[in-house]
Design a protein around this ligand. Sequence first.
Ligand code: KE4
Length: 435
Amino acid sequence: MGNSGSNSKWWERAQKVLPGGVNSPVRSFNSVPGNPVFFQSAKGSRFTDEEGKCYIDWCQSWGPMILGHADPEVQAAAMEAMEEGTSFGAPSRREVLLAEAFLNRMPHFEQVRFVSSGTEAVMSAIRLARGFTGRDLILKFTGCYHGHADHLLVDAGSGLATFGTPSSGGVPKGFTDSTAVLPLDDIEALEAFFTEHGNKLAALIIEPFPANAGLLIQRPEFLQKCRELTTKHGALLVFDEVITGFRVGPAGAAPLLGITPDLGTYGKIIGGGFPVGAYAATREIMGHISPLGAVYQAGTLSGNPVAMAAGLATLEKTGRPGFYEDLERKGAKLEAGLRAATADTGITADIARQGSLFWNVFQAEAPRSFEKVDGSRMKIYGRMHRDLIDRGVYLAPSGWEVGFVSAAHTDHDIEATVAAVAETFKSWSSDACQT
Ligand code: KE4
């Protein structure tokens, strides 16, 4: 298809016309050796690059492709919708159908609004929480990523709550003055924060399974404390489920944890590979969003009919009996294989996993907070990433990101991946950089 050329040729051209050669920074291979491979096409668990080389893909477009790439039913649904037009800027039945399918899976919510990205979903949910409570302050956690809205691009030291200082250029200090940041997995710090600031807090936002600084699985009691303290102080609890929604279970993390958030944000899977984000809450809270209420939010391509069709086909297929059980079986098989491949190699490593989300971490025990992630070990991840690319296995090009098992991954894919990892580690044990 097209003049394929080589990865390096496309990379050279890309850097001339796209900042950093990419349309999203994490694709740039900045934190792993080598340069990006250019995807030419993808199908199921695999993709082919511009040089015709095939890879087993465990990044899966960062989460949307839970069915695998180019799922035939999703493709057909999108094509069918396309034949009826691609964008109306007016209500269409598919928006209602996806909203109904979404809410059927989320009994704790009564209404949903579709937007075009996870960032937009989170930005809108925070604005809604502030409008609903009449308060400005929001609380996030170090290591949690909620998209690139200015007030959420905030970082902070660990330990005590600090008021956010922008962790991105171009964000005025004032934009983050109302964003507080705490470390994950620290109940004392959380309680101290609420004692001092609880009655000023509009919302606490958290990824229920933080998956943007590795997979930092939280203790249930920490998440329960977030729910208890937000309720006590009249603040809203926002679960950012852009990754976990429809990923870690039929309805995502909330029902799995037995915690009902006030607002949820979604993306990735609900678009089936097309740009879709969403936020959901009770009718009471959603009643504050325009055109019903004073909180404004809009979008030209929100509820795009083709994207709705792809999302609907994806939700329908993931709703079939045994879908998540099969994902769990494959996730467990991959985890067991990776652990076996590491055993007796002298390499210090662990695997964090929640269903079909997994993280290879070169530490003795997968940490629960950003502060406990040993960044110096990411170079080992980078070495593994490079060696696996050479062996036709593609992981996320950053040790801070997680891997995704899809329904399209086969036992053979898992066995081939485990064999490639074992071969890689064995090749290491013969050289001085034992890790
Ligand atoms: P998008 O705007 O990228 O659709 O969603 C932002 C977002 C919000 N919340 C969570 C929990 C997220 O993980 C994300 C986006 N995730 C990253 C990968 N870790 C997207 C990949 C990228 O930035 O290119």
